[in-house]
Design a protein around this ligand. Structure first.
Ligand SMILES: *Cc1c(COP(=O)(O)O)cnc(C)c1O
Length: 403
């Protein structure tokens, strides 16, 4: 059965904790994780939670307790993951464009590292040679994902070392006796077509025989989840079947079995999240009826940044007559969450909830307009726990140096 929180319960949370409020439902994360492990149960596959989607330390601890590994995109995420209790063997740092000092720090912390430039790979070789295993992030030059902003594997993307430069990687492997443990590709987000992953594997199969110490193949993240009714999603069982078939048809070099890694972010935490806001003002105009909520792109930027669609429901008036609204925020920028959206009649003071708010919601929030970041609540075992207090005025002055 699919886990979800009812409008009545969300309303009570809005009343108890105030708005704007992020709410995460732990058991939904578990449900998603189990979809993955169930689909891949007959293969040697490991899942690394791409934690940049949501890094609250309580979420990290929960994901750790499920048995997942973790993928980090900065040295601070690495430190948060270790702090949350992930053992270093389960922490992967997939870097891009970082200074070598962060790579050296990751080595000293003992975590798994993917390097995404020839320059850092060479520095790595000079410093560590073959004494510390390392992965290489490749750019497969394939287009995938929802749109250009979230596609990372195409031939103009900054991410990874282009596969056409593999000779240069191999030259570094030779020069420094590098122990290349994994090859990594991550082609983007919201990939509904599982054949994109298969295409990535096929590109890797041509390279695999040239990397003699390879143990792992890392296929990245980007599984799509539905944002609205009828939305496509990645068919995880089909993905598992195709990945298994692809590996069955390509015997591993030297007969050594390769373990497959994935790095799901959005898939694990998108649907667990709800963002509850309150309607401050209703404004009737010729063009639209605006419902202004106590938030903006300072709290949830995906609609403005990616044109992302988030389902919005009036949980205070579920039986109200449907009407059309432009849902906007309260900051001094155009911050439209939804243009001309049908919602049950909205009154000032009503709670509007945004669904799929777990991934890249709070995580991309800011203090723009000197507004407070929202509070976060985790629902676990039927209990609501405050896991981040709302900012207070002192937080706005914190770190400022007064002259
Ligand atoms: C962001 C990211 C992911 C996760 O992407 P989702 O779309 O959230 O699944 C995985 N791997 C890497 C390297 C990333 O940068």
């Amino acid at each position: 059965m699919s886990q979800s929180l009812s409008p009545e319960y969300l309303t009570s949370l809005g009343q108890q904790f105030g708005t704007p409020l992020y709410v995460y439902h732990a058991e939904k994360i578990k449900e998603q994780y189990e979809k993955l492990t169930t689909a891949f149960r007959n293969s040697n596959t490991v899942f690394f939670y791409a934690c940049k989607a949501l890094t609250n330390v309580n979420v990290l601890k929960y994901v750790c307790s499920l048995g997942a590994n973790v993928d980090c995109s900065s040295i601070n995420e690495v430190k948060l993951a270790l702090y949350a209790g992930f053992p270093k063997e389960r922490v992967l740092y997939t870097s891009n464009g970082i200074g070598f000092d962060e790579i050296a720090e990751a080595v000293s912390l003992g975590v798994i590292i993917n390097i995404d430039s020839l320059s850092n790979l060479e520095k790595f070789g000079q410093k560590y040679g073959g004494t510390y295993p390392v992965g290489v992030r490749l750019r497969p030059n394939i287009m995938a994902g929802g749109n250009l902003k979230i596609s990372t594997g195409h031939d103009k993307s900054k991410f990874g070392i282009p596969v056409d430069q593999v000779e240069k990687i191999l030259a570094l492997v030779d020069s420094y006796n590098l122990d290349i443990a994994d090859l990594h590709i991550h082609t983007g987000s919201e990939i509904k077509d599982v054949d994109v992953f298969v295409k990535g594997i096929e590109i890797l199969f041509e390279l695999i025989p040239q990397f003699r110490s390879l143990r792992f193949i890392d296929l990245g993240g980007g599984f799509k989840v539905p944002y609205k009714d009828g939305d496509a999603q990645t068919d995880i069982q089909l993905l598992a079947d195709k990945v298994n078939a692809a590996f069955a048809n390509h015997p591993n070099p030297g007969g050594r079995p390769l373990q497959v890694w994935f790095e799901p972010g959005k898939f694990l935490v998108s649907e667990c999240g709800y963002f509850i806001t309150k309607v401050n003002v209703l404004k009737e105009t010729d063009a639209a009826t605006f419902a202004s909520v106590d938030s903006g792109f300072n709290h949830l930027i995906r609609p403005m940044f990616y044109d992302a669609y988030h389902r919005i429901e009036n949980i205070s008036n579920p039986n109200g007559a449907p009407r059309r609204y432009s849902v906007v925020g309260n900051i001094c920028e155009t911050d439209t969450f939804a243009w001309d959206r049908t919602i049950n009649e909205v009154r000032e003071g009503d709670y509007l909830v945004f669904y799929n708010a777990g991934a890249y919601g709070f995580e991309m929030s800011s203090n723009f307009n000197s507004r407070y970041k929202p509070a976060e609540v985790l629902i676990k075992d039927g209990q609501a726990h405050l896991i981040r207090r709302r900012d207070v005025f002192e937080d706005l002055l914190r770190n400022q140096v007064e002259l």
